[in-house]
Design a protein around this ligand. Structure first.
Ligand SMILES: C[S@@+](CC[C@H](N)C(=O)[O-])C[C@H]1O[C@@H](n2cnc3c(N)ncnc32)[C@H](O)[C@@H]1O
Length: 320
C-alpha cells in the first residue's frame, strides 16, 4: 500500500484501484443492408450513418411500443413529453447497431435471441441521478434509529440504489454509529450498468460535496496521480455493502427483512397503480417495527394503509 498523501487516503494502489468501466454493449456489424428499408429509407439510413449528428425520427406508433415495453418491464411511465429524451437516449444505440429506424431497434430488443439487449435498453431508459447524503435529514434519522437499535443485525435497504452513493452514505453513518456491531446495507437496482459502478465505489471527486468532513476523512480515499480527481470508498465499507440486481416490480426473494427501507426518487417515474403495487410488494421485506423512507418530492398519501407517517417522508409500519 502506498503512503497516504493527505488526510484522505490515496487511490492508486493496485489492490484498491478499480478497472475502468467497459462501454455499454458490444459493437455489432452494420445492418443497413439487412434492414429491409426501401430506397427512400435506405437514403435516410445512409444519411444517418454518414452524419454522426443525424437523429432518426420516431413515429407515434414506435414511441408507443417503447412506452409499453419500458412500462411492462420496469413500471416506468414515459409520458409524451419524454419523447425527445427517449429519442436522445436510444438514437446512439440505433446508430451503433446500424439501424436507421426505431422499429428495427424495437424488433431487435424484443427478439429473445438478443436477450442482453433488453438490459441495455433498460439501462438507457432509466434515470440514475443521485449523490452522497442526498436529503441529509434522512441520514440524521438513520443515525438516531441505529443508535436506538438493540440486539439483532441492523439491516438497511437502498431499494433503488443507482450507482451506490445512497448505500455508501448509509454505510458511513452505520460504521460511524455502530462500528463493529452487526449491521448490513444492501443496494438494489434494475440497471446493471449503475450496479457495476456501485460495486467499484469509485467516483469523480466532485461527487463528495455532501459527505460530512469527518466521514470523508474516515471512509474515503482521495485519488492521486493518474487517479487524481477521483474518490474511492474505503475497502472496509465496500466489503460491507452488497449490490444486487432486482426489479421493484418483482423484488428478488432472497433479501431478508429490513429495519429501514429507503425508496427514494424512483416513484416519481411510476403512475399511482404502479406505486401501490411497488409499496405493497416491499412490505413483506420490512420488519414489524421497520421504517420506510421516500424522497422529499414523493408522498405515500392515499397509496397504502400499511404505513403511517412519523415525520415528512418517513413512515413506519402500523405496529411501531
Ligand atoms: C433517480 S435514481 C434514485 C437514486 C437514489 N435512490 C437517490 O435518491 O438518489 C432512480 C433509480 O431507480 C432505478 N429504477 C427505476 N425503475 C426501477 C425498477 N423497476 N426496479 C428497480 N430500480 C428501478 C433506476 O435505475 C435509477 O437508478
Amino acid at each position: 500500500m502506498k503512503q497516504h498523501a493527505s488526510e484522505v487516503g490515496e487511490v492508486g494502489d493496485s489492490k484498491e484501484s478499480p478497472a475502468l468501466l467497459a462501454p455499454v454493449g458490444t459493437v455489432l456489424r452494420s445492418r443497413s443492408n439487412q434492414s429491409g428499408c426501401g430506397d427512400v429509407e435506405r437514403d435516410a439510413c445512409s444519411m444517418s450513418q454518414a452524419n454522426p449528428f443525424h437523429i432518426p425520427e420516431i413515429k407515434p406508433s414506435e414511441f408507443a411500443q417503447f412506452q409499453k415495453l419500458i412500462f411492462d418491464i420496469a413500471g416506468i411511465h414515459l409520458p409524451e413529453i419524454k419523447k425527445s429524451l427517449l429519442v436522445g437516449r436510444l438514437s446512439k444505440r440505433l446508430k451503433h447497431l446500424g439501424f436507421c429506424r426505431f422499429s428495427e431497434y424495437y424488433n431487435y430488443v424484443i427478439n429473445k435471441a438478443h436477450a442482453d439487449e433488453l438490459q441495455i435498453f433498460v439501462d438507457l431508459l432509466t434515470t440514475n441521478e443521485t449523490f452522497f447524503f442526498r436529503e441529509p435529514q434522512h441520514f440524521d434519522f438513520l443515525r438516531k434509529r441505529a443508535v436506538s437499535h438493540g440486539g439483532s443485525t441492523f439491516r438497511i435497504w437502498s431499494a433503488a440504489s443507482s450507482s451506490g452513493e445512497e448505500a455508501y452514505s448509509m454505510a458511513m453513518v452505520l460504521a460511524d454509529t455502530l462500528g463493529n456491531r452487526s449491521w448490513e446495507v444492501i443496494g438494489t437496482d434494475i440497471s446493471t450498468r449503475v450496479l457495476e459502478k456501485a460495486r467499484y465505489g469509485h467516483y469523480p471527486v466532485d461527487r463528495i460535496e455532501g459527505i460530512p468532513p469527518i466521514l470523508l476523512k474516515r471512509y474515503c480515499l482521495k485519488g492521486l496521480g493518474e487517479h487524481s480527481g477521483t474518490l474511492l470508498v474505503a475497502r472496509e465499507l465496500r466489503e460491507r455493502v452488497r449490490f444486487l440486481h432486482s426489479n421493484l416490480m418483482s423484488p428478488r426473494k432472497d433479501l431478508g427483512l429490513f429495519d429501514v427501507i429507503f425508496l427514494r426518487n424512483v416513484m416519481i417515474y411510476f403512475d399511482n397503480d404502479t406505486k401501490r403495487k411497488v409499496i405493497s410488494g416491499l412490505m413483506p421485506y420490512l420488519k414489524k417495527d421497520g421504517h420506510f423512507v421516500v424522497g422529499h418530492s414523493e408522498s405515500l398519501l392515499g397509496l397504502t394503509n400499511a404505513l403511517k407517517p412519523v415525520q415528512p417522508t418517513i413512515y413506519c409500519r402500523n405496529f411501531c
